[in-house]
Design a protein around this ligand. Structure first.
Ligand code: PGA
Ligand code: ZN
Length: 441
């Protein structure tokens, strides 16, 4: 039982602005002991159809993105309901939010309102305890694991006006001995990627998550440029550094038809698997997210049968941080890891349930930011406090991303000698070093 000093005195909602210059929801909770907690909802661009809904005002104003209704819901409905409840009892608070909303997909209050409130309550409780949120979330468990970062170098898909079809070309540094070293390697790779783009006359700024704008003639050219950048940075691909892709295939595939505009090709499920299999054979790719569309579980299963033993296959749009979907995927063998995004479900308790399901089934898991982000760093606390071994935040530029990476550094420092970098551990079966890449193979 948490002490009565953690009882909620006030709940505020306010409109703030995200990294795309769009409105989003901030919640601020004050406890009777004077402690406060504040959190901001992020926003996706490539959303799964089964995600909890964010409440937007619609209409002409601000492109329909305004959140005045979601903020009003916090003031008029959530605040009176939560007043007097104990911020230390996250499950009871989250249950109250779910019941107050009363819909299947959170369309009444909006997942943007409920996740901001849920996270703000957790922050207020930690403040009352006088400990960092990650420490409070760990409860009695010892905290030692620093998650392996997944960091975008080129951003495509819905985050770059579909300049290339594939959404994220990322690196992971399992060969590093700490997050600090992984970031140093990544900084070198990011810088080298910028120089490569400049030399080719293709430097055109960055996409939504800070990765370089993908001015490439084909999807595979991005992979080849990424290999060049890794090597230019003096790192050994496949050993020190591996590649991770978020195909985000729901953005260009439906009903078993995949239209890759950049490659000027239309493929069925088998053709899509063949394309990805070729890349897996030619590049040191250790993780592939949403390789097929969310409506193609048979495709996921076929891809997993072929590659699941040595590659991490991640469900994002496919699993939408839903515990029941994680269990079903484990039983059906459709993938072997889950992306954990708090605003896909709308409360911390539901998000934790997805990670609990993943752990129970030996699934991999990656706590993830959204393409629309802010200075909020709560996901860092979730990854460390819950012991999730991987974290995905976007690229290595722009402060809404760097705020998270810098927070991981502070946590690693706070853990001191106890800190254990996840390194290779989350990728139990790293791919063998493939043959030299070739654009014509
Ligand atoms: P989103 O993209 O936040 O636009 O959904 C992130 C991802 O697909 O992982
Ligand atoms: Zn994704």
């Amino acid at each position: 039982m948490s002490p009565a000093s953690m009882n909620i005195a006030t709940v505020l909602g306010r409109r703030v602005w995200d990294s795309r210059g769009r409105p989003t929801v901030e919640a601020e909770i004050r406890l009777v002991d004077g402690s406060t907690g504040r959190a901001i909802a992020p926003a996706g661009a490539s959303k799964g159809m089964h995600e909890a809904l964010e409440l937007r005002d619609g209409g002409e104003h601000l492109g329909g993105y305004d959140v005045r209704r979601a903020v009003a819901g916090i003031r008029e409905r959530i605040a009176p309901r939560l007043a007097g409840m104990n911020a230390g009892d996250q499950e009871a608070l989250d249950r109250a939010l779910i019941e107050l909303d009363g819909t299947e997909n959170r369309r009444s209050l909006g997942a943007n309102a409920t996740i901001a409130v849920s996270m703000a309550a957790a922050r207020a409780a930690a403040a009352s305890d006088g400990v960092p949120l990650w420490r409070r979330l760990a409860g009695d468990r010892a905290v030692d694991c620093v998650p392996l970062p997944e960091i975008q170098i080129f951003g495509g898909g819905a985050h770059a006006a579909r300049r290339v079809d594939i959404q994220d070309f990322m690196v992971m540094c399992p060969g590093a001995s700490s997050a600090d070293e992984a970031f140093e390697w990544t900084a070198g790779i990011y810088r080298a990627a910028g120089l490569v783009m400049e030399e080719r006359g293709r430097l055109q700024g960055v996409a939504d998550e800070g990765g370089f704008w993908p001015a490439f003639d084909s999807n595979e050219e991005a992979l080849e440029a990424l290999m060049t950048a890794i090597e230019r940075a003096g790192r050994r691909p496949g050993e020190e550094v591996v590649i991770s892709l978020d195909v985000a295939a729901s953005e260009f595939g439906r009903n078993g038809v995949y239209r890759l505009a950049r490659d000027d090709s239309e493929r069925d499920t088998d053709g899509m698997i063949e394309l990805l299999s070729g890349w897996l054979a030619r590049y040191p790719i250790a993780s592939v997210e949403d390789p097929l569309a969310e409506d193609d579980p048979a495709g996921f299963a076929a891809f997993s049968r072929e590659h699941g033993a040595r590659v991490q296959i991640v469900g994002d749009d496919f699993l939408v941080t839903d515990a029941a979907r994680v269990r079903a995927a484990a039983q059906a063998g459709t993938c072997n890891a889950v992306l954990v995004k708090p605003n896909q479900r709308g409360t911390l308790s539901e998000t934790l349930a997805a990670w609990d399901a993943a752990r129970a089934y030996g699934f991999g898991a990656i706590v993830s930011a959204r393409s629309g982000e802010t200075e909020d760093t709560t996901i860092c606390d979730l990854a460390v406090g819950w012991g999730v071994p991987q974290i995905k935040v976007g690229s290595f530029a722009r402060s809404e991303r760097m705020a998270k990476w810098n927070e991981i550094l502070r946590i690693e420092e706070a853990l001191g000698d106890r800190a254990r970098f996840a390194g290779r551990e989350p990728l139990r079966n790293l791919p063998q070093r493939p043959a030299e890449p070739s654009l014509t193979a």
